[in-house]
Design a protein around this ligand. Structure first.
Ligand code: PHE
Length: 377
């Protein structure tokens, strides 16, 4: 009996002294576990005579109860202490920077479109948009390309099979239907829509997706262009050249940009010029800058442009005797590749997150003229 009491006291002392939940559990196992001493005492009752058992059992049961109660009380106390310690150590330091949460990145095409808007806004240009599903009249006819115009054939147009009245298709004379729908082959129809809607004067850019049935290493069926249109009084080719030069200097962030305007033909501009920029090859990479005829340099075509054809102004309801202007169309994907050093156009549209992680931009890197229009992430 005294033995039982002293073992109990010792157990209670150890339970009281436990400094952690793990230590407390050790004590529980030692006393109440399957092979714990209290359990063994209880088991030993089985080997006693009924009289002996009657005498010994209450004491052992009482010890078991006392120890179980002590463990439960100590457990509460330890848990409470643990919580308090945790609360004390977990004070929030509001002056620390917040942990970075995962976020996506801005596609280089979107980034370059933002850069374009930023630079041209500084030159007083608004941003205009138009539908990607366009009709034949806006995409071709009003741009001085009537049904028989050979330039239409160069556009590899995606037509919708049974749009408008369907009369064109039925009669086998599809091109005659001005409402026949197609995926716009260039951003130039936005010129027409803007002139019809707002009249002169105009100063806008229109970036966006365009579509041609064309696919190889340097052509994808969908790509991006930016259209530029200025309509005002006394506008001449010099304004066009200055505008493009100023834009490219800001965009590529270098002063040594040399443009070459090469005579060309577009039905909607007269005269028409192709815009080439001088570049050099540095370690297998094309770097814009310098005169294309200089040693180690060459010219690269970036787009088309010219003075808006008076016929186009007439189509759009603007009096060509009073107003004139210039227009240009540049390939956004190409200038993005040049500026940021990609060499495969197709990767732009593969949707591979690894490529985007490498070439993408932080959503917080808004291009600004003061901080630089093309900050690397
Ligand atoms: N729309 C023409 C093209 O896609 C480019 C261009 C635009 C040319 C404006 C002249 C003026 O090829």
């Amino acid at each position: 009996m005294t033995d039982l009491t002293s073992r109990k006291d010792e157990a209670l002392r150890l339970i009281q002294g436990a400094s952690s939940l793990a230590e407390l559990d050790e004590q529980r196992v030692a006393a109440l576990g399957k092979k714990g001493w209290v359990s063994l005492e209880l088991k030993s009752l089985g080997g006693m005579s009924p009289e002996e058992r009657q005498e010994a059992a209450p004491a052992i049961q009482a010890v078991r109860g006392e120890i179980a109660d002590a463990i439960a009380a100590k457990k509460d106390a330890l848990e409470q202490a643990e919580l308090e310690a945790q609360l004390a150590s977990e004070t929030v330091d509001l002056t620390l920077p917040a942990p970075e949460s995962p976020r996506g990145s801005i596609h280089p095409v979107s980034q370059v479109m933002d850069e374009l808007a930023e630079i041209f806004a500084d030159l007083g240009f608004a941003v205009a948009t138009g539908p990607e599903i366009e009709d034949d009249w806006h995409n071709f006819t009003a741009l001085n390309m009537d049904e028989s115009h050979p330039a239409r054939a160069m556009h590899d147009t995606f037509y919708f099979p049974d749009t408008a009245a369907g009369a064109g298709a039925a009669s086998g004379n599809e091109a005659a239907d001005p409402k026949r729908m197609l995926l716009r082959t260039h951003t130039s129809p936005v010129q027409i829509r803007s002139m019809v809607e707002q009249g002169a004067p105009i100063r806008l850019i229109a970036p966006g997706r365009v579509y041609r049935s064309d696919s190889d290493a340097t052509h994808t069926p969908m790509f991006h262009q930016v259209e530029g249109l200025v309509i005002d009084r006394d506008i001449h080719l010099g304004h066009l050249k200055w505008t493009l030069e100023t834009f490219f200097k800001a965009f590529f962030e270098r002063e040594d940009i040399v443009l070459r305007l090469r005579p060309s033909y577009f039905p909607f501009t007269e005269p028409s010029v192709e815009v080439d920029v001088g570049y050099s090859n540095e370690g297998g990479r094309r770097v814009v800058g310098g005169h294309g005829d200089d040693d180690g340099h060459d010219w690269m075509e970036l787009g088309g442009s010219g003075m808006v054809n008076p016929r186009v102004l007439e189509f759009a309801g603007i009096d060509p005797k009073e107003w004139q202007g210039f227009a240009f169309g540049l390939g956004i994907d190409r200038i993005a590749m040049l500026k940021y050093g990609m060499n495969d156009l197709r990767a732009f549209f593969d949707g591979d997150p690894r490529w985007l992680k490498h070439y993408g931009f932080s959503p917080f890197d808004q291009p600004t003229l003061s901080a630089g229009v093309g900050v690397r992430p």
